[in-house]
Unconditional design. Sequence first.
Lengths: 107, 409
Amino acid sequence: MSKVTFIGADGAVTTADAQEGASVMQTAVSYGVAGIVGECGGFLMCSTCHVYVEPKYLDRLDPPAEDEDEMLDAAAAGRQPNSRLSCQIRVGPELDGLVVALPESQY
Amino acid sequence: MSTLSSSSPSPRAARAPVADWFDADYLFGDPLEISRRMRREGHDIVFAPLLSLHFTCSNAVGRAIWSDTDNWCNLRGEIPLVKAIGPNLMFKQDPEHADERAAVNPSLRPKTVTDAWRPVFRRHAERLVDALVEQGSGADVNQHFAVPYAALNLAAISGLTQASWQDIARWSHAFIAAAQNQLNDPSLWPPAERARAEVDAAIDVAIERLKLEPDDSMLSAMVNRPQPFPLDVIRGTIRLAVTGGVNEPQHSLLHGLWAFEQHPEQKRRLLEDPTGFASAFDEVVRWLPPITTVAREALSPVSVGGVAFQPGDIVVLQVSGANRDPEQFHDPDSFNVFRERKPHFAFGGGNHLCAGIWASRAATEVAWTMLFDRLEGLRVVDPDATEWFGFTYRGIERLPVTWDAVRSA
């Protein structure tokens, strides 16, 4: 099982065992990680699963599709070069050890 | 791992407490009273024998159910809304539902809302402020602004631009009346049937135009898709948009005007800085949601919040109650446009999250901003005398307003 680490804006760290093929958002929600909401269930309609991906993992991700790119601009916390919507990041062996930081707020 | 829900009921999960107190009177009042009674009794989830279904007033239970599309779906029986408007994506499951939503979501995402729809909203608001002014002080802002505004906006977004706003409003209200026709009043079905036929005819006309001149509308997106949808899918989505896309923004606009009036200090601060209307919208719909009940049906044995559910069990989330869950919101019964924003259920949640969430926020913000900007001293005439109607689609139907002076555009 791959591991994903969430670093909250308050510094709280949660390391989760992610189901293969699950999204980082789904993993956060099933672990009750405060700081990720995922209000729309992963359908690119809410921008409330915004994360900052630790740079060394960024290159392992496919770049955002047009819809995700548009929704990132709508994220409440400022968009950074390493911003992604975590519902669009599927967990797999190549991302084992993924670390993401959470914004101050999703609203 | 979250322990709030698990598929296959845990040994400790029990059947929900029975709400013998739930009688027919609750169906004729404010649904919030159901949640208030549940909280007084100390229950997050109850079973109401009168309706053979469960109610919940808990934000956390709602979140667990609405995000769990493996074990829960929208109601599958023939419910009044489906009888009124026919099969539509709200009652389909993924991947079918996801496919149909994916076709129209681009028309409703923030970029299109900002680039295509905001200018349209502003044009409609300007025209309707002038019309309201012509009616004179004491005019009903529902009849002379909120209804036509919502209908004109929906025409643009849906693609039914050649339909009159009066027709669109009539169709929407006919669908809504039939959708909350739990008691099967026979007089409510014929207007909905007529509305269906008229909406379908309007769709046929619009399709011909949009094939030649595509635009940013939902219908244009569906019609000009590389793999065309069958007509019944297109009709279902547009009928749904007409149902939800008029009544709800209409009520949100009014509920805000009423709420601001009841909270003069917040109103004063919003008038000083109208950029606050965008986040005020979220608090208005949290506190006075235009849809007060949403439901899910269990697909498999599953436990949530300590209650064991069986396949076919129905859970009704009482939205205004869940939106005032003290576990989620500080001082939940207070209206506070400056509170810290947290997720609530005014737009549902999960994969069926309302597609109109961005458009309605922008449209309502544009309207409030323009109304207060153009009408100096705008206020509700007698807010304490305001009446509320409806159960699931509960709202204000008449709201006289007055003002001191008119500022030019």
